[in-house]
Design a protein around this ligand. Structure first.
Ligand code: NAI
Ligand code: 13P
Length: 335
């Protein structure tokens, strides 16, 4: 199969490697000529996965025309806030009808749209799905066992792509709940920032477990109002990725939170990260949506206040803990 991966960052490169090793013809669409050159001539991605050797049949391009000609699947792995611009740039040359897979976890700030919704506006004739779940790029690139979920509304297409894209260590489960899988992937990044803050403040393992669990409640509260399937939350994209990103030091989102908890400024952290931490942007979309919809998302609100209102995380925590006592499950989490 000819696969084009748009975005030669850590995730696009790791996915491209896995599928090239499976024998697919993978074209990685990069933005910077020097990076494409390094991938092609040195067989490594010095900026994002420097210690990983890449296979010969993983080819990088900077010309979208070359990367997209006669391709059979397009996988999107650019930061969520740039997806619209990147997709619009290839609107006229991307083959009609071929499946598009978003590997992006986020929500567009200006519109509160998910990546698949954005792709739907730009490529209405192409079937669209999402790949998500607990999957640090570095571990995938190293060939460590990983399970993720691939969701397409059309089950036969999900089955076909599941077969084509699974390998002996990269196992795809299928789903038809595209919206639910996307909401889970977006929200878990915000919860990972919260967990990082908690660990940075040395609040302990109890606090982190509480954040993960109440983060799941928050993910469900939002997802259910947006039409997600309840089971999706306990799956790989939901609980699976929440656990990974809220506990794993490889997470950029967790790292942002941890450093905030240690007292660093957001600007300083982002200036030295060199990779995207989607939760930093998704939290804005979520916060605005929750305010408009009257939805209670207290952890999201707290992360927003720490990031954008420069609130001391300790004050935010104090406020979170002094909210009125309540039942563990209230509607819409329980009828
Ligand atoms: N790295 C990981 O472990 C995983 C990442 N993801 C998701 O994949 C998406 C991409 O993340 P990463 O690859 O990790 O990010 P990254 O920061 O490593 O790389 C982002 C890539 O997008 C490119 N890019 C940025 N702005 C662009 C623009 N305006 N036009 C064209 N290209 C642009 C960059 O040059 C870079 O190649 C995110 O939504 C992330 O949440 C999902 C699962 C795992
Ligand atoms: O989504 C991821 C793992 O599933 C990667 O998390 P970070 O973007 O926080 O590094």
């Amino acid at each position: 199969m000819r696969i084009t991966v748009v975005g030669a960052g850590s995730w696009g490169t790791a996915l491209g490697k896995v599928w090239a090793e499976k024998g697919h013809e993978v074209r990685l669409l990069a933005r910077r000529p020097a990076l494409a050159e390094a991938i092609n001539s040195r067989k490594l991605n010095p900026d994002y996965l420097p210690e990983i050797e890449l296979p010969e049949n993983l080819k990088a391009f900077i010309d979208p025309g070359q990367a997209l000609t006669k391709t059979e699947v397009v996988v999107w792995a650019v930061p969520c806030q740039h997806l619209r611009e990147v997709a619009q740039g290839v609107r006229d040359i991307l083959p009609r009808k071929i499946p598009l897979i978003s590997a992006i976890k986020g929500l567009e700030i200006a519109t509160f749209k998910t990546p698949v919704e954005i792709l739907g506006e730009i490529f209405p004739e192409n079937p669209r799905g999402v790949l998500s779940g607990p999957s640090f790029a570095l571990e995938v690139a190293r060939g460590l066992p990983t399970a993720v979920v691939l969701a397409f509304e059309e089950e036969s297409l999900a089955r076909e792509l599941q077969e084509a894209l699974s390998t002996s260590f990269f196992r795809l489960y299928r789903s038809q709940d595209v919206r639910g899988v996307e909401i889970c992937g977006a929200v878990k990044n915000v919860m990972a920032i919260a967990a990082g803050i908690s660990d940075g403040l040395e609040l302990g393992l109890n606090a982190r477990a509480a954040l993960i669990t109440r983060g799941l409640a928050e993910m469900m509260r939002l997802g259910l109002t947006r039409g997600a399937e309840p089971f999706t939350f306990s799956g790989l994209a939901g609980l699976g990725d929440l656990v990974l990103t809220c506990t794993g030091r490889l997470s950029r989102n967790y790292t942002v939170g941890y450093r905030l908890g240690r007292g660093e400024e957001l600007e300083e952290i982002l200036g030295s990260l060199h990779q995207v931490a989607e939760g930093v942007y998704t939290v804005k979309a979520l916060y605005r949506f929750a305010q408009g919809a009257g939805l209670e998302l207290p952890i999201t609100e707290g992360v927003y206040q720490v990031l954008y209102e420069k609130e001391d995380p300790r004050n935010v925590l104090r406020r979170l803990l002094s909210r009125p006592l309540k039942a563990e499950f209230e509607p819409p989490l329980r009828p």
